[in-house]
Every structure is written in structure tokens, then in C-alpha cells.
Design a protein around this ligand. Structure first.
Ligand code: PLP
Length: 367
């Protein structure tokens, strides 16, 4: 079976380096928010081209803390997409703000500016822009949109590790970028981890208080924060895994290029290719097909695993039926949810695996 992820197939030298990192932390006797976290924050912020990184417990908390650090909460509206991990919207709700869903563009599955414009109200304070599947697109337009409307741009970078456009890296375009290092992400920890990246020193300072009960200096709590600290073992292992990230990303791009040219089936469509190579890190390789479920069953018969990102748009989730949205509706998100399919695209795939996926996809003849 060709799997969506295969951590057990990772290079032995990477595994050894991670074990060495664990040993380093155990030997240090310091386990939460210490030198390893500080070092990894510095490294990751540097890789993103920003001044500050604040390590937190996970990607969802990174978004919630970003909103709270920007004073966005009850009474404020935040525009985002229904085609995302539920965590994006949950983070907005947890911050006490009101999510407003705009539709996507059909050819990229990314948030549509035109739809976002219809969602603006006097309450709007921010856009949480999700770089879905690993794509960074039209960032100039988003920066202009946010500036013109006097609102903050928050980037959900959970799927776009170091994707860049015109040399600028995901997370450096807006007020703050929120990264997840959940195991399956392009840079994943063997556990939960996340980080905010920003150029704003005051915001970074506030975020580092918020992640630790709202504590400013020891035992002083000027505001009510949360417990979302990054631990030393995850940070130390992430620092080792970061050394492999560019090679792994390169492999994802090779797989994507092979799929783009190799997949030729009239029943299947592909998303728009990136404008520059650097602007897509292929966290997921997504195709669309009217008979998606039949295609998925066919692939499984051919020993190819696949997943759907995402089968249920946020506004169809039970707690979100009444959620605010574009008055023109969210038809393109609904269409995408019904037709999208993610193919295996991870760095441990062999050339043979790639060809087997292509053959399996091309041999689909319809239900
Ligand atoms: C994974 C993911 C998140 C949440 O990250 P966690 O670390 O699981 O909390 C948020 N947004 C998107 C787009 C994601 O893919």
C-alpha cells in the first residue's frame, strides 16, 4: 500500500539525530520553555525572514494567541475560508471573535478576495488567510485588501512551511503567521507543536505572556492567558528535522511535477500550477473528480491510499450551521468538498511509488 505518510521510512540518520536530541534534553534536566525552545524559535523565525518566533503548543493555539495578541475578540469579525482544517475556525471562536466565511476560488481552492470583499462589515478586524495545500498566492492583493480595509492579515501557515512568493516566506506577509508542527505537516514534530512568527516585537512579547497563563514576569498575571507552552523535547527534535526540510520539500515538488504531467484522465482535473516553483510546498497534492468516491475506491483497490481535504466545509459542521458567510453563498467550497481528493505526496515515496500512483489514477475508467 502506498501511504499518505510514512514516518517509519524516514532516513536512519534523521532518526538517530532525533534520539540524540532527546538525550540532550534529558541530560539538561530542563523540559519546558528553555534553551532548546529559544534556539528553535530563533531558527524558525530566521527561516521565515522575520524577527520573532513564539513557540506554542500547536497550530490552533498559534492562531488563537495571534488574534488575542492583536486585541481581536468578542464583537469582532474575522474573515476566513470554509475549506480548511476545523482548527482555523475553532481558533477564531476560542478567541471569542465571530468567524465570517468567504468562498474559495475554484481553480486554487484558496480564499477568494472577491468573496471576502462581500464579507467586510464595520466589525471586521482581520482575515485569517489559509495557505491551503502549501500554496502562497496573490499576497500583494491580500496586503492591499487588508490595508484598504484597515484590518489585520493573519496567515495560517500550517500547510505552507517556507513556501515563498517573490522571495518572501509564508508568515512574513501579514501581522503574524501561525505555524503548526503537527506530525503530518511538512515540518512535523513527533507530537504537537506550533509557533507564531512576527516582526512586531510588542506582539511577540504579548504572545509569549499569553502562552504561559498571561504571566509577564514570574507569578505576575496582568491578563488571563492560556497554557500553550512548547516543550524542549519537541523543539530539540524539530531543530534536527528542520535540517532536512529543504530536501524533503524538493522531493514533494518532484512528486508534484511527475503527477502534473503524468496524470492524464478526462474524468480528473488538477488545480492551477503555482506561479513560481517556490510558491508551493505541496503539503498535499489535490485533484478533483466528479465521481470522487468511486475514484477513491478504485485507488484503494490499486493499493493507493488517499484522503479528502476536506469532505465537509466548515458551514456544514454541526456547531457551525448558523455561521456568518458571504451573502452570495459558498457554492464553490461545497463543490470542492464534494470532488477533491488528496494523493500520496510525501518525501519517502520512491520513483516507483510515484509511477504506481499515476498508473492507478490514469486507469480509472468511471463508475
Ligand atoms: C493542521 C492545521 C491547523 C491546526 O494545527 P494543529 O497543530 O493541529 O492545532 C490549522 N490550520 C490548518 C490549515 C491546518 O492544516
Amino acid at each position: 500500500m502506498i501511504l499518505m505518510n510514512d514516518f517509519k521510512a524516514e532516513p536512519a540518520s534523521l532518526r538517530d539525530a532525533m534520539l540524540g536530541a532527546v538525550r540532550r534534553v534529558l541530560d539538561s534536566g530542563w523540559y519546558v520553555l528553555g534553551n532548546e525552545v529559544a534556539a528553535f524559535e530563533k531558527k524558525w523565525a530566521g527561516a521565515c525572514g522575520v524577527a520573532h518566533g513564539v513557540g506554542v503548543g500547536n497550530g490552533m493555539d498559534a492562531i488563537e494567541i495571534a488574534l488575542r495578541a492583536l486585541n481581536i475578540g468578542p464583537g469582532d469579525e474575522v474573515i476566513t475560508t470554509p475549506m480548511t482544517a476545523f482548527a482555523t475556525v475553532l481558533a477564531i471562536l476560542r478567541a471569542g471573535a465571530t468567524p465570517v466565511l468567504a468562498d474559495i476560488d475554484a481553480d486554487t481552492a484558496l480564499l477568494s478576495i472577491e468573496s471576502a470583499r462581500r464579507c467586510i462589515s464595520s466589525q471586521t478586524k482581520a482575515v485569517v488567510l489559509v495557505h491551503l495545500y502549501g500554496q502562497v498566492r496573490v499576497m500583494d492583493a491580500w496586503q492591499v485588501f487588508c490595508r484598504e480595509n484597515g484590518i489585520a492579515l493573519i496567515e495560517d501557515c500550517a500547510q505552507s512551511h517556507l513556501a515563498s512568493s517573490h522571495g518572501k516566506v509564508a508568515g512574513s506577509f501579514g501581522a503574524v503567521g501561525a505555524y503548526s508542527f503537527y506530525p503530518t505537516k511538512n515540518l512535523g514534530a513527533p507530537g504537537d507543536a506550533g509557533m507564531l512568527v512576527t516582526n512586531d516585537e510588542a506582539l511577540a512579547q504579548r504572545a509569549s505572556c499569553l502562552r504561559n497563563y498571561g504571566q509577564s514576569v514570574r507569578y505576575h498575571h496582568p491578563e488571563l492567558g492560556m497554557n500553550s507552552r512548547l516543550d524542549e523535547i519537541q523543539a530539540a527534535m524539530l531543530a534536527e528535522r528542520l535540517k532536512w526540510l529543504s530536501e524533503f520539500t524538493e522531493r514533494r515538488r518532484q512528486i508534484a511535477a511527475a503527477y502534473r504531467s503524468g496524470i492524464q484522465n478526462s474524468r480528473i482535473s488538477q488545480l492551477k500550477p503555482p506561479e513560481e516553483i517556490a510558491a508551493h510546498v505541496f503539503h498535499l497534492y489535490v485533484i478533483t473528480c466528479e465521481q470522487r468516491d468511486a475514484l477513491q475506491a478504485h485507488l484503494l483497490e490499486q493499493q493507493v491510499q488517499s484522503l479528502i481535504h476536506y469532505p465537509i466545509p466548515v458551514h456544514h459542521q454541526e456547531p457551525c450551521q448558523e455561521i456568518k458567510r458571504d451573502p452570495a453563498g459558498l457554492a464553490r467550497s461545497e463543490q470542492h468538498a464534494a470532488s477533491c481528493l488528496s494523493l500520496p505526496c510525501h518525501p519517502q515515496m520512491s520513483d516507483d511509488d510515484i509511477q504506481r500512483v499515476i498508473v492507478a489514477v490514469n486507469s480509472y475508467k468511471g463508475a
